[in-house]
Write a protein that binds this ligand. Structure first.
Ligand code: TXA
Ligand code: MG
Length: 351
Protein backbone atom coordinates (compact mmCIF):
# COMPACT_ATOMS: atom_id res chain seq x y z
CA UNK A 1 0.00 0.00 0.00
CA UNK A 2 2.88 2.39 0.81
CA UNK A 3 4.17 2.08 -2.77
CA UNK A 4 0.69 2.59 -4.13
CA UNK A 5 0.27 5.74 -2.06
CA UNK A 6 3.59 7.05 -3.45
CA UNK A 7 2.31 6.26 -6.95
CA UNK A 8 -0.98 8.01 -6.19
CA UNK A 9 0.89 11.13 -5.06
CA UNK A 10 2.74 11.16 -8.40
CA UNK A 11 -0.48 10.68 -10.39
CA UNK A 12 -2.16 13.52 -8.48
CA UNK A 13 0.85 15.83 -8.88
CA UNK A 14 0.81 15.21 -12.62
CA UNK A 15 -2.79 16.44 -12.75
CA UNK A 16 -4.59 13.12 -12.97
CA UNK A 17 -7.27 11.40 -10.91
CA UNK A 18 -7.04 8.73 -8.21
CA UNK A 19 -9.93 6.96 -6.45
CA UNK A 20 -9.47 7.06 -2.70
CA UNK A 21 -11.15 5.23 0.17
CA UNK A 22 -12.80 7.31 2.88
CA UNK A 23 -14.90 6.21 5.83
CA UNK A 24 -18.07 7.39 4.03
CA UNK A 25 -17.76 6.41 0.35
CA UNK A 26 -14.93 6.23 -2.19
CA UNK A 27 -13.90 9.58 -3.66
CA UNK A 28 -12.60 10.57 -7.10
CA UNK A 29 -9.69 12.79 -6.10
CA UNK A 30 -7.80 15.55 -7.91
CA UNK A 31 -5.29 18.19 -6.85
CA UNK A 32 -7.49 21.01 -5.52
CA UNK A 33 -5.02 23.62 -6.78
CA UNK A 34 -5.03 22.40 -10.40
CA UNK A 35 -8.00 23.52 -12.54
CA UNK A 36 -7.16 21.12 -15.38
CA UNK A 37 -7.19 18.18 -12.94
CA UNK A 38 -10.49 19.35 -11.44
CA UNK A 39 -12.08 19.57 -14.86
CA UNK A 40 -11.17 15.92 -15.34
CA UNK A 41 -13.40 15.08 -12.36
CA UNK A 42 -16.37 16.70 -14.09
CA UNK A 43 -15.74 15.03 -17.45
CA UNK A 44 -15.06 11.60 -15.90
CA UNK A 45 -18.19 11.66 -13.73
CA UNK A 46 -20.40 13.34 -16.32
CA UNK A 47 -21.15 15.85 -13.59
CA UNK A 48 -22.64 19.17 -14.73
CA UNK A 49 -20.34 22.17 -14.19
CA UNK A 50 -21.47 24.34 -11.30
CA UNK A 51 -21.83 21.52 -8.79
CA UNK A 52 -19.32 22.38 -6.06
CA UNK A 53 -16.76 19.86 -4.82
CA UNK A 54 -15.59 19.10 -1.28
CA UNK A 55 -11.92 19.79 -0.54
CA UNK A 56 -10.37 17.06 1.62
CA UNK A 57 -7.61 18.14 3.95
CA UNK A 58 -4.99 16.35 6.05
CA UNK A 59 -5.27 15.98 9.79
CA UNK A 60 -2.94 18.66 11.18
CA UNK A 61 -3.15 17.36 14.77
CA UNK A 62 -0.15 15.09 15.21
CA UNK A 63 0.21 14.82 18.98
CA UNK A 64 -1.61 15.27 22.27
CA UNK A 65 -2.62 18.92 22.72
CA UNK A 66 -4.99 21.00 24.79
CA UNK A 67 -8.28 21.91 23.18
CA UNK A 68 -7.10 25.48 22.80
CA UNK A 69 -3.94 24.39 20.99
CA UNK A 70 -5.90 22.05 18.74
CA UNK A 71 -8.31 24.81 17.78
CA UNK A 72 -5.41 27.09 16.85
CA UNK A 73 -3.98 24.34 14.65
CA UNK A 74 -7.35 23.79 12.96
CA UNK A 75 -7.68 27.54 12.45
CA UNK A 76 -4.39 27.61 10.60
CA UNK A 77 -5.31 24.60 8.47
CA UNK A 78 -8.78 25.94 7.62
CA UNK A 79 -7.49 29.43 6.83
CA UNK A 80 -5.73 28.03 3.76
CA UNK A 81 -9.19 27.46 2.26
CA UNK A 82 -11.61 29.71 4.17
CA UNK A 83 -11.66 33.49 4.40
CA UNK A 84 -13.43 33.56 7.69
CA UNK A 85 -13.18 30.73 10.21
CA UNK A 86 -15.77 31.09 12.99
CA UNK A 87 -15.20 29.48 16.39
CA UNK A 88 -18.08 27.12 15.59
CA UNK A 89 -16.04 25.62 12.73
CA UNK A 90 -13.09 25.02 15.08
CA UNK A 91 -15.30 23.35 17.66
CA UNK A 92 -16.86 21.03 15.07
CA UNK A 93 -13.46 20.23 13.54
CA UNK A 94 -12.03 19.49 16.96
CA UNK A 95 -14.88 17.15 17.90
CA UNK A 96 -15.78 15.46 14.62
CA UNK A 97 -12.60 15.49 12.46
CA UNK A 98 -11.21 13.33 11.11
CA UNK A 99 -14.75 12.19 10.38
CA UNK A 100 -17.91 12.17 8.24
CA UNK A 101 -18.67 15.90 8.44
CA UNK A 102 -18.28 18.52 5.70
CA UNK A 103 -18.19 22.15 6.82
CA UNK A 104 -19.20 24.95 4.43
CA UNK A 105 -17.34 28.22 4.99
CA UNK A 106 -16.76 31.46 3.06
CA UNK A 107 -13.99 30.63 0.61
CA UNK A 108 -10.48 32.07 0.66
CA UNK A 109 -9.50 34.13 -2.39
CA UNK A 110 -7.27 31.52 -4.02
CA UNK A 111 -9.85 28.69 -3.96
CA UNK A 112 -10.56 27.86 -7.59
CA UNK A 113 -14.03 28.65 -8.99
CA UNK A 114 -14.00 25.16 -10.57
CA UNK A 115 -14.22 23.78 -7.01
CA UNK A 116 -16.85 26.10 -5.63
CA UNK A 117 -19.10 26.12 -8.68
CA UNK A 118 -18.53 29.86 -8.84
CA UNK A 119 -19.97 30.34 -5.35
CA UNK A 120 -18.36 32.31 -2.54
CA UNK A 121 -18.30 29.29 -0.23
CA UNK A 122 -16.19 26.15 0.02
CA UNK A 123 -16.88 22.70 1.52
CA UNK A 124 -14.09 21.23 3.67
CA UNK A 125 -13.63 17.80 5.22
CA UNK A 126 -10.88 15.85 6.96
CA UNK A 127 -11.79 12.20 6.23
CA UNK A 128 -11.27 9.45 8.77
CA UNK A 129 -9.58 6.70 6.79
CA UNK A 130 -5.93 5.74 7.31
CA UNK A 131 -5.20 5.48 3.57
CA UNK A 132 -6.81 8.84 2.76
CA UNK A 133 -5.05 10.49 5.70
CA UNK A 134 -1.66 9.08 4.71
CA UNK A 135 -2.19 10.19 1.10
CA UNK A 136 -3.20 13.70 2.17
CA UNK A 137 -0.20 13.95 4.47
CA UNK A 138 2.23 12.92 1.74
CA UNK A 139 0.51 14.94 -0.98
CA UNK A 140 0.84 18.09 1.13
CA UNK A 141 -2.19 19.78 -0.38
CA UNK A 142 -5.96 19.62 -0.61
CA UNK A 143 -7.79 17.02 -2.66
CA UNK A 144 -11.07 17.85 -4.35
CA UNK A 145 -13.10 14.64 -4.31
CA UNK A 146 -16.73 13.90 -5.09
CA UNK A 147 -18.03 10.37 -4.70
CA UNK A 148 -16.39 8.11 -7.32
CA UNK A 149 -19.51 7.28 -9.32
CA UNK A 150 -21.10 8.50 -12.55
CA UNK A 151 -23.31 11.50 -11.88
CA UNK A 152 -26.62 10.51 -10.27
CA UNK A 153 -25.66 6.89 -9.66
CA UNK A 154 -25.19 5.08 -6.34
CA UNK A 155 -21.97 6.03 -4.51
CA UNK A 156 -19.24 3.35 -4.32
CA UNK A 157 -18.39 1.75 -0.98
CA UNK A 158 -15.76 -0.74 -2.20
CA UNK A 159 -12.80 -0.51 -4.58
CA UNK A 160 -14.58 -3.01 -6.82
CA UNK A 161 -17.58 -0.67 -7.19
CA UNK A 162 -15.20 2.04 -8.42
CA UNK A 163 -13.43 -0.31 -10.84
CA UNK A 164 -16.81 -1.41 -12.22
CA UNK A 165 -17.63 2.19 -12.98
CA UNK A 166 -14.23 3.55 -14.07
CA UNK A 167 -12.04 0.81 -15.55
CA UNK A 168 -8.40 1.89 -15.83
CA UNK A 169 -8.51 4.36 -12.95
CA UNK A 170 -5.91 4.02 -10.17
CA UNK A 171 -7.95 2.91 -7.14
CA UNK A 172 -6.43 2.78 -3.66
CA UNK A 173 -8.19 -0.18 -2.07
CA UNK A 174 -8.95 0.63 1.55
CA UNK A 175 -11.58 -2.04 2.05
CA UNK A 176 -15.33 -1.54 2.47
CA UNK A 177 -16.32 1.90 3.76
CA UNK A 178 -17.31 1.84 7.40
CA UNK A 179 -20.05 4.51 7.33
CA UNK A 180 -21.35 3.77 3.84
CA UNK A 181 -23.26 6.98 3.09
CA UNK A 182 -21.90 10.44 2.29
CA UNK A 183 -20.83 12.91 4.97
CA UNK A 184 -23.19 15.22 6.79
CA UNK A 185 -22.88 18.71 5.29
CA UNK A 186 -23.28 21.68 7.64
CA UNK A 187 -23.33 25.24 6.34
CA UNK A 188 -21.70 27.72 8.73
CA UNK A 189 -21.88 30.72 6.40
CA UNK A 190 -25.15 32.05 7.81
CA UNK A 191 -24.50 31.70 11.51
CA UNK A 192 -25.72 35.21 12.33
CA UNK A 193 -29.04 34.90 10.54
CA UNK A 194 -30.09 31.25 10.72
CA UNK A 195 -27.36 29.41 12.64
CA UNK A 196 -25.74 26.17 11.43
CA UNK A 197 -27.78 24.56 8.65
CA UNK A 198 -27.57 20.88 7.79
CA UNK A 199 -27.68 20.70 3.98
CA UNK A 200 -27.27 16.93 3.73
CA UNK A 201 -27.99 14.50 6.58
CA UNK A 202 -25.38 11.86 7.37
CA UNK A 203 -23.84 9.79 10.14
CA UNK A 204 -23.27 12.85 12.29
CA UNK A 205 -26.73 14.03 13.26
CA UNK A 206 -28.10 17.53 13.47
CA UNK A 207 -28.56 16.89 17.19
CA UNK A 208 -24.87 16.04 17.66
CA UNK A 209 -23.94 19.26 15.87
CA UNK A 210 -26.30 21.28 18.03
CA UNK A 211 -25.00 19.61 21.19
CA UNK A 212 -21.39 20.33 20.20
CA UNK A 213 -22.23 23.99 19.64
CA UNK A 214 -24.40 24.29 22.74
CA UNK A 215 -27.57 24.99 20.78
CA UNK A 216 -30.43 23.65 22.85
CA UNK A 217 -33.59 24.14 20.84
CA UNK A 218 -34.25 22.47 17.53
CA UNK A 219 -34.21 25.82 15.84
CA UNK A 220 -32.59 24.88 12.59
CA UNK A 221 -34.66 23.04 10.02
CA UNK A 222 -33.20 20.79 7.36
CA UNK A 223 -33.58 23.04 4.36
CA UNK A 224 -34.59 21.80 0.98
CA UNK A 225 -32.75 24.25 -1.22
CA UNK A 226 -34.64 25.45 -4.23
CA UNK A 227 -32.24 27.99 -5.69
CA UNK A 228 -31.03 27.60 -9.26
CA UNK A 229 -27.50 26.80 -8.18
CA UNK A 230 -27.44 23.23 -6.87
CA UNK A 231 -25.49 23.99 -3.70
CA UNK A 232 -25.81 20.36 -2.83
CA UNK A 233 -26.08 18.18 -5.89
CA UNK A 234 -27.44 15.43 -3.69
CA UNK A 235 -30.36 17.74 -3.09
CA UNK A 236 -31.53 17.16 -6.64
CA UNK A 237 -34.39 14.75 -6.19
CA UNK A 238 -33.09 12.10 -8.60
CA UNK A 239 -29.83 11.07 -6.97
CA UNK A 240 -28.03 8.13 -5.41
CA UNK A 241 -30.10 5.96 -7.69
CA UNK A 242 -29.88 2.34 -8.78
CA UNK A 243 -30.55 1.57 -12.44
CA UNK A 244 -33.46 -0.69 -11.52
CA UNK A 245 -36.79 0.98 -10.77
CA UNK A 246 -37.31 1.21 -7.01
CA UNK A 247 -40.70 1.58 -5.28
CA UNK A 248 -40.98 2.20 -1.55
CA UNK A 249 -43.97 0.53 0.11
CA UNK A 250 -45.40 0.74 3.60
CA UNK A 251 -48.61 -1.21 4.25
CA UNK A 252 -49.67 -1.47 0.65
CA UNK A 253 -47.60 -4.37 -0.66
CA UNK A 254 -50.56 -6.51 -1.76
CA UNK A 255 -52.21 -3.58 -3.53
CA UNK A 256 -48.94 -2.80 -5.22
CA UNK A 257 -48.52 -6.39 -6.41
CA UNK A 258 -52.00 -6.30 -7.93
CA UNK A 259 -51.10 -3.15 -9.80
CA UNK A 260 -47.91 -4.76 -11.02
CA UNK A 261 -49.83 -7.77 -12.32
CA UNK A 262 -52.28 -5.53 -14.15
CA UNK A 263 -49.69 -3.16 -15.57
CA UNK A 264 -48.99 -3.38 -19.28
CA UNK A 265 -45.27 -3.47 -18.71
CA UNK A 266 -44.29 -7.02 -17.84
CA UNK A 267 -42.25 -7.43 -14.66
CA UNK A 268 -40.18 -10.58 -14.87
CA UNK A 269 -38.43 -10.59 -11.54
CA UNK A 270 -38.88 -8.55 -8.39
CA UNK A 271 -36.27 -7.76 -5.76
CA UNK A 272 -38.21 -7.74 -2.49
CA UNK A 273 -36.22 -5.82 0.09
CA UNK A 274 -37.54 -5.86 3.64
CA UNK A 275 -36.76 -6.15 7.31
CA UNK A 276 -36.43 -9.69 8.61
CA UNK A 277 -39.44 -9.52 10.89
CA UNK A 278 -41.93 -9.28 8.01
CA UNK A 279 -43.71 -12.59 7.69
CA UNK A 280 -43.51 -14.21 4.30
CA UNK A 281 -47.28 -14.56 4.36
CA UNK A 282 -47.70 -10.99 3.14
CA UNK A 283 -46.76 -12.12 -0.34
CA UNK A 284 -49.79 -14.00 -1.64
CA UNK A 285 -49.15 -17.42 -3.12
CA UNK A 286 -50.13 -16.70 -6.67
CA UNK A 287 -48.93 -18.32 -9.87
CA UNK A 288 -49.46 -15.14 -11.84
CA UNK A 289 -46.99 -13.20 -9.69
CA UNK A 290 -43.57 -12.49 -11.17
CA UNK A 291 -40.66 -14.39 -9.61
CA UNK A 292 -38.92 -12.65 -6.75
CA UNK A 293 -35.66 -12.66 -4.78
CA UNK A 294 -35.59 -11.55 -1.17
CA UNK A 295 -33.05 -9.20 0.35
CA UNK A 296 -33.16 -8.80 4.13
CA UNK A 297 -32.37 -5.36 5.57
CA UNK A 298 -30.07 -4.89 8.57
CA UNK A 299 -31.97 -3.85 11.69
CA UNK A 300 -30.10 -0.70 12.66
CA UNK A 301 -29.59 2.58 10.78
CA UNK A 302 -25.79 2.27 11.16
CA UNK A 303 -25.72 -1.22 9.64
CA UNK A 304 -28.16 -0.25 6.91
CA UNK A 305 -26.07 2.81 5.95
CA UNK A 306 -22.99 0.59 5.75
CA UNK A 307 -24.71 -1.88 3.41
CA UNK A 308 -27.31 0.10 1.47
CA UNK A 309 -25.31 1.10 -1.62
CA UNK A 310 -23.66 -2.31 -2.00
CA UNK A 311 -27.12 -3.90 -1.77
CA UNK A 312 -28.54 -1.58 -4.46
CA UNK A 313 -25.57 -2.31 -6.72
CA UNK A 314 -25.92 -6.07 -6.28
CA UNK A 315 -29.65 -5.86 -7.05
CA UNK A 316 -28.78 -3.92 -10.21
CA UNK A 317 -26.64 -6.88 -11.25
CA UNK A 318 -29.16 -9.55 -10.22
CA UNK A 319 -31.42 -9.39 -13.25
CA UNK A 320 -34.42 -8.03 -11.31
CA UNK A 321 -36.39 -5.38 -13.14
CA UNK A 322 -38.23 -3.92 -10.15
CA UNK A 323 -37.26 -3.27 -6.53
CA UNK A 324 -40.01 -3.29 -3.89
CA UNK A 325 -38.39 -1.74 -0.83
CA UNK A 326 -40.03 -1.66 2.58
CA UNK A 327 -40.18 1.94 3.85
CA UNK A 328 -37.83 2.65 6.74
CA UNK A 329 -39.04 3.50 10.25
CA UNK A 330 -39.83 7.11 11.14
CA UNK A 331 -37.55 8.91 13.55
CA UNK A 332 -34.29 10.82 13.53
CA UNK A 333 -31.78 7.92 13.65
CA UNK A 334 -33.09 6.65 10.30
CA UNK A 335 -33.17 10.15 8.75
CA UNK A 336 -29.98 9.98 6.67
CA UNK A 337 -30.69 6.55 5.11
CA UNK A 338 -34.35 7.54 4.56
CA UNK A 339 -33.09 10.61 2.69
CA UNK A 340 -30.87 8.52 0.36
CA UNK A 341 -33.57 5.95 -0.22
CA UNK A 342 -36.28 8.42 -1.14
CA UNK A 343 -33.91 9.99 -3.68
CA UNK A 344 -33.07 6.52 -5.01
CA UNK A 345 -36.80 5.93 -5.52
CA UNK A 346 -37.15 9.14 -7.53
CA UNK A 347 -34.04 8.64 -9.61
CA UNK A 348 -34.09 4.90 -10.22
CA UNK A 349 -34.66 3.21 -13.52
CA UNK A 350 -33.75 6.28 -15.54
CA UNK A 351 -30.36 5.17 -16.87
O1 TXA B 1 -18.70 11.73 2.22
C1 TXA B 1 -18.53 12.56 1.33
O2 TXA B 1 -18.83 13.75 1.46
C2 TXA B 1 -17.92 12.05 0.02
C3 TXA B 1 -16.51 11.60 0.27
C4 TXA B 1 -15.78 11.22 -1.00
O3 TXA B 1 -15.82 12.59 0.97
N1 TXA B 1 -17.99 13.06 -0.99
C5 TXA B 1 -19.13 13.43 -1.59
O4 TXA B 1 -18.95 14.33 -2.61
O5 TXA B 1 -20.22 12.99 -1.29
P1 TXA B 1 -20.08 14.70 -3.65
O6 TXA B 1 -19.45 15.68 -4.59
O7 TXA B 1 -20.67 13.48 -4.24
O8 TXA B 1 -21.07 15.47 -2.78
C6 TXA B 1 -20.63 16.64 -2.16
C7 TXA B 1 -21.75 17.56 -1.92
C8 TXA B 1 -22.36 17.99 -3.22
O9 TXA B 1 -23.74 17.73 -3.12
C9 TXA B 1 -22.05 19.45 -3.30
O10 TXA B 1 -23.06 20.18 -3.94
C10 TXA B 1 -21.88 19.83 -1.83
O11 TXA B 1 -21.24 18.73 -1.28
N2 TXA B 1 -21.02 20.99 -1.69
C11 TXA B 1 -19.71 21.10 -1.95
N3 TXA B 1 -19.29 22.36 -1.77
C12 TXA B 1 -20.36 23.07 -1.40
C13 TXA B 1 -20.60 24.45 -1.07
N4 TXA B 1 -19.63 25.33 -1.13
N5 TXA B 1 -21.83 24.80 -0.71
C14 TXA B 1 -22.83 23.89 -0.64
N6 TXA B 1 -22.69 22.59 -0.95
C15 TXA B 1 -21.47 22.19 -1.32
MG1 MG C 1 -21.97 12.12 -5.03
Amino acid sequence: MTDLIAQAVQVLRSGNLVAIPTETVYGLAADASNPVAINKIFSTKGRPAGHPLIVHIANPIRSQRTQEERCLIWEEALSVWARDVPTEALILADIFWPGPLTIILPKAKQVLPEITGGQETVGLRCPNHPVALELLKRFEGGLAAPSANKFGHVSPTTAEHVRDEFPGLLVLDGGACDVGIESTIVDLTRLDSVGPVVLRPGAISEEQIHDALGISQRSVPLVALSSDIPRVSGSLSAHYAPRTKLILYRDDLVLLLNEIKQAKQVTRKIAWVHFGDVSKAVLPVDATLPAYSEFILPNTPVDLARNLYAMLRSIDKSGCDLILFQALPEGAPWGAVRDRLSRAAVGSGIV
